[in-house]
Design a protein around this ligand. Structure first.
Ligand code: GDP
Length: 202
């Protein structure tokens, strides 16, 4: 399930503009700063591939990366960026929601959640929307290497993960699969690639 080839294909503004070759795809989405670019780079074992989608003008796009010439990793814009004007935010949710609902080759959404901090309202709202709309989802907990000191009132990643799962239980008919990751230690990388391979073969 390893990545031997990864190439940036295109940035699209609308679902209709996405590649039309019918290859299966997985979309990475999460709050700004959750560690999405780091995870993408870790998955493809490259330091800079995800830079493409960080270029000004490309951050609000659907970015397709073709892997091993047989499937796509899709980088979606991060949500919850406080500095984004309200207008942009509404626009963002309209176009990503359109993508989730209408992109027929989308196998699963990989929702990234920062395991080093307590659950954020916006992440819960996002998970709830995906659940209500029955969009297949996998939870990817990021930054699991970060150890908060108890005396600072912080919780361990494992505790934040189990808190988050309890909070979203009501949104789903079946508990979504979940993987704990770190782009620093590469924890979870092989597990994600294996999970994607299994989902593609269903
Ligand atoms: P993005 O905005 O979601 O693309 O997030 P980035 O990948 O740019 O990461 C945001 C910040 O979190 C950067 O300072 C990264 O170095 C840091 N970061 C990302 N992944 C990890 C991780 O797994 N562990 C730790 N400790 N820090 C991380």
């Amino acid at each position: 399930a390893q990545v031997v080839q990864a190439e940036f294909v295109k940035s699209s503004v609308r679902t209709e503009d996405c590649p039309s070759d019918g290859l299966p795809e997985f979309a990475l989405v999460g709050r700004s700063n959750v560690g999405k670019s780091s995870l993408l780079n870790s998955l493809v074992r490259r330091k800079r591939l995800a830079l493409t989608s960080k270029k000004p003008g490309k951050t609000q796009c659907i970015n397709h990366f073709r892997i091993n010439d047989s499937w796509y990793l899709v980088d979606l814009p991060g949500y919850g960026y406080a500095a984004a004007p309200q207008e942009l935010r509404t626009d963002w949710s309209k176009f990503t929601k359109d993508y989730f609902i209408n992109r027929s080759t989308l196998v699963s959404v990989f929702l990234l959640i920062d395991a080093s901090i307590p659950a954020k309202k916006i992440d819960l709202e996002y998970a709830s929307w995906l659940g209500q709309n029955q969009i297949p989802m996998t939870l990817i907990f990021t930054k699991c290497d970060k150890r908060k000191k108890k005396k600072n009132g912080g919780k361990r990643p494992e505790e934040n993960v189990s808190d988050f799962q309890k909070l979203i239980r009501g949104f789903f008919q079946t508990v979504p699969p979940w993987i704990m990751t770190s782009s620093v230690t590469n924890q979870g990388r092989d597990e994600i690639l294996l999970h994607m391979a299994q989902l593609r073969n269903y």
